[in-house]
Design a protein around this ligand. Structure first.
Ligand SMILES: Cc1ncc(COP(=O)(O)O)c(C=O)c1O
Length: 444
């Protein structure tokens, strides 16, 4: 049984026959969820089940422990943060879901709390259940508020996979089977202010006009792409020039992930609409939020039934988000994310220098880091080697060549040391593999 720094002290008994349990689950996945999914899981060595998790540590059904640096950005607080869990348990026993007729306190309190901490002017909030839904609300609001239809988004950008959000997501493989998507969406290269400026001019001249520019402050699923200084400010200026709205998708970068509460905090650029999800629920409840200025909010204000959700902003989800925000403040999770990020950066750069045959680059800020490998195949291979070593990382949906390291803010120095050692060991093996795969000049 593998024990890791910060592990142990589990409450749930392990099953008597874990292998039989795993086999049963994989068979059910095969038959009822997806044959290929089960095949990929077996191929990647994902032949266990997550069983219990606390903080940065996950324990599987075989009693092995893992340090979780994945979670696609959901776990700034780590797993089952006690303050968030207590708030959800309390709320579940009192009023779990809303009548949807009477107002409930949590929704109003969370909207007010977010307005107090968000970039200035984002006074209103709509709550949903996921990142994609928070983007749907943003797109609908932008169209209704401007009376225009055009939206500029970025190549490689990820905004979710519902039809509206997918219209903005910049990966053809996810889009093509569902064409035609929403009309009026154009994609521009991310980080190129001149291209964005030109595209805005062109979109504004179209009959539908330009409703909004939708960007991530740092692209997460594109493989942690950080735009040049001044890019978001240029996007803001282009929007202002055409009376279009700037939507910043902070589903991944928001809630402290980059070392400031919002990713746009690094540039000081204020959007008209901002989306949140992932860590907003403290790693315990699903919740999405769409924040907007009073000027944008007019259509939702005039008709409160224009955009609604039965479960969005439930008492349970709001209790989780309020507690998540409290934990961020009380435990200075943004400060911890910054401090840990300042250690991770140089460590990962040294790692890249030492393993240049397999690692092409590393980049990131706070607790959002990407390791770009020299080939796509190395991504899945490294991911399973790290799994064997007890470290969970994730690939990037729109750029499989980049593995992402996204630890919780409470990861200790000792735990990071363990992660780094595992990365170093796996990368050394990847170097050897990369050398084997390299065909010498002139061969064949
Ligand atoms: C920036 C961004 N927007 C939207 C989404 C979609 O969120 P969800 O998977 O909760 O629908 C994601 C998910 O990775 C994301 O990173």
């Amino acid at each position: 049984m593998r024990r890791l720094p910060g592990g142990g002290d589990w409450t749930r008994a392990l099953p008597e026959d874990p292998d039989a349990l795993v086999e049963g689950v994989l068979t059910d996945i095969e038959r009822h969820v997806g044959t290929n999914l089960a095949r990929v899981m077996r191929f990647m060595g994902l032949t266990t089940l997550e069983w219990e998790a606390r903080g940065a540590v996950v324990r599987d059904v075989h009693g092995r422990e893992y340090l979780d640096c994945g979670g696609y950005g959901m776990f700034l607080h780590g797993h089952s943060h006690p303050h968030v869990v207590a708030a959800v348990q309390r709320q579940a026993a009192l009023l779990a879901q809303s009548t949807r007729l009477l107002p409930h306190a949590g929704q109003a309190q969370l909207a007010a709390r977010l307005a107090a901490v968000a970039p200035q002017g984002l006074q209103y909030a709509f709550f949903s259940n996921s990142g994609a839904e928070s983007v749907e609300a943003a797109l609908k609001l932008a169209r209704a508020a401007t009376g225009r239809t055009g939206v500029l988004a970025a190549e490689g950008g990820f905004h979710g996979k519902t039809l509206g959000a997918l219209s903005a997501t910049g990966k053809p493989a996810y889009r093509d089977p569902f064409q035609p998507l929403l009309a009026g969406f154009t994609h521009v290269p991310y980080g190129d202010a001149a291209a964005l400026f030109d595209a805005c001019e062109r979109a504004a001249a179209q009959p539908g006009g330009l409703a909004a520019v939708l960007l991530e402050p740092i692209q997460g699923e594109a493989g942690v792409v950080i735009p040049p200084d001044g890019y978001l400010a240029a996007a803001r200026a282009a929007c202002d020039r055409h009376g279009a709205l700037l939507i910043l998708d902070e589903v991944q970068t928001g809630m402290g992930r980059t070392g400031t509460l919002f990713g746009c905090g690094h540039s000081g650029v204020r959007p008209d609409i901002l989306t949140l999800a992932k860590s907003l629920g403290g790693g315990v409840m699903p919740i999405g939020a769409t924040l907007a200025t009073a000027a944008c909010w007019r259509p939702f204000d005039e008709n409160p039934f224009l955009h609604t959700s039965t479960f969005g902003g439930s008492p349970l989800a709001c209790a989780a988000a309020l507690a998540a925000l409290e934990a961020i403040e009380q435990e200075d999770l943004c400060g911890r994310a910054r401090a840990l990020g300042e250690r991770i950066g140089p460590d990962l750069r040294r790692l890249a220098d030492a393993h240049a045959s397999s690692i092409a680059a590393v980049r990131g800020v706070g607790l959002l880091w990407g390791i770009e490998l020299r080939s796509e195949g190395l991504g899945g291979w490294l991911l399973s080697r790290l799994l064997d070593a007890g470290v969970l990382v994730v690939h990037s949906l729109n750029q499989p060549r980049v593995l992402r390291v996204m630890p919780p803010a409470l990861l200790t120095s000792e735990q990071w040391g363990f992660v780094l050692q595992a990365l170093d060991g796996a990368a050394a093996e990847a170097d050897a593999l990369a050398a084997e795969l390299t065909v010498p000049d002139g061969a064949g």
